[in-house]
Design a protein around this ligand. Structure first.
Ligand SMILES: NC(=O)c1ccc[n+]([C@@H]2O[C@H](COP(=O)([O-])OP(=O)(O)OC[C@H]3O[C@@H](n4cnc5c(N)ncnc54)[C@H](OP(=O)(O)O)[C@@H]3O)[C@@H](O)[C@H]2O)c1
Length: 305
């Protein structure tokens, strides 16, 4: 594994993390605690130390609760735990951006994760109106002072959201999470330059383009999971045709496409880590191997020495 500094935070993160939206059940598979334990135990054995989760990955903090249960049997301090705020998900899903609601969510996330602090607490892809809210960020700063949050971050919804990215430092946020992958390079235009200028950490999310960049799907494929069932037919096929071309022209024959796609993201000087969503031990193992591909240079600006 390789490690990088997450911007101006004190955190040393593995270049490959584990995305855990999957644990909430939206990706066509319900997880057991045993399966989550297997994934996270293997991740740790491979040197992965970063877990990305959220308040609304499954009802009643489901993803966080699986991770929390695992953490009671592991060393909490070995992990960088990143979660998010801004939504309620009980029987159904709703926005909850008021400072009082977010303070309650923080307590609920800490309880579910069975920890007394979060390493990174991210604004979860809200609107600019929800974002520019002094009362919210003042409340969050108090939680930082109280030691419940080590660092604040912003997971931007649209991957060209310069309003939120450019104001990160003003609101004491030290990391940006953004969609970035070989077929969606928009952050390179304005977001990454702003992150570099402010020394913000960058978590590249959806690095496998929702799995399309794994190379295992062909145009015409149909999906039953709640996430990809919602993607437009023509967009899926356009992406998969592009993936076929990329595979033929860019991916070395002896390298797995998923690993290559993750390593591709890690080349950019602004990117600290990728957080591919994982559904099995095999996927974690394949994804961790991205760190050893030649594309991931030792002399990256954030390389941890
Ligand atoms: N707004 C936000 O803040 C936000 C939004 C989205 C995601 N996220 C975070 O980012 C993480 C990653 O994004 P994502 O999960 O949406 O997309 P992704 O990482 O691009 O794709 C994940 C999917 O790719 C497939 N996959 C993973 N590893 C593979 C491998 N080695 N070989 C083949 N297939 C593989 C799996 O699905 P199949 O096996 O079923 O194909 C998996 O569910 C999430 O888990 C979450 O933590 C945050």
């Amino acid at each position: 594994m390789k490690y990088r500094r997450l911007g101006k935070t004190e955190l040393k993160v593995s270049v490959v993390g584990v995305g855990t939206w999957q644990f909430g059940g939206d990706w066509g598979k319900d997880f057991s605690q045993k399966e989550v334990d297997g994934i996270l135990t293997h991740a740790k054995g491979l040197g992965i130390n970063l877990i990305d989760t959220a308040e609304c990955y499954g009802p009643h903090h489901m993803s966080e609760a699986f991770i929390g249960d695992f953490l009671t049997r592991d060393r909490r301090e070995d992990w960088v735990v990143a979660s998010k705020f801004g939504h309620k998900f009980q029987e159904s899903w709703s926005n909850a951006w008021h400072a009082d609601e977010v303070r309650v969510q923080l307590e609920e996330s800490l309880r579910a994760l069975k920890t007394d602090y979060l390493d990174l607490y991210q604004f979860h892809s809200g609107s600019d109106e929800d974002f520019v809210n002094d009362a919210l960020w003042t409340m969050l700063d108090k939680q930082v002072q109280a030691g419940k949050i080590r660092n604040l971050g912003i997971s931007i919804g649209s991957n060209d959201n310069l309003v939120q990215t450019a104001r990160a430092t003003e609101f004491n946020a030290k990391a940006i999470q953004v969609v970035y992958n070989r077929i969606n390079q928009i952050p390179e235009q304005q977001i990454f330059p702003s992150c570099l200028e402010q020394d913000l950490g960058v978590l590249a999310r959806v690095p496998l383009a929702s799995g399309y960049l794994s190379g295992k799907y062909k145009p015409g494929v149909t999906f039953e999971d709640r996430v990809r069932k919602g993607h437009a037919r023509h967009e899926i096929d356009e992406k998969l045709k592009l993936v076929e071309l990329i595979q033929q022209n860019e991916v070395p024959q002896d390298v797995g496409m998923a690993q290559w796609a993750l390593a591709w993201c890690l080349q950019h000087p602004a990117v600290s880590c990728v957080i591919p969503g994982c559904k099995s031990i095999e996927q974690v193992e394949a994804n961790a191997q991205a760190a050893s591909l030649d594309l991931v240079k030792d002399e990256h600006p954030s390389a941890w020495n």
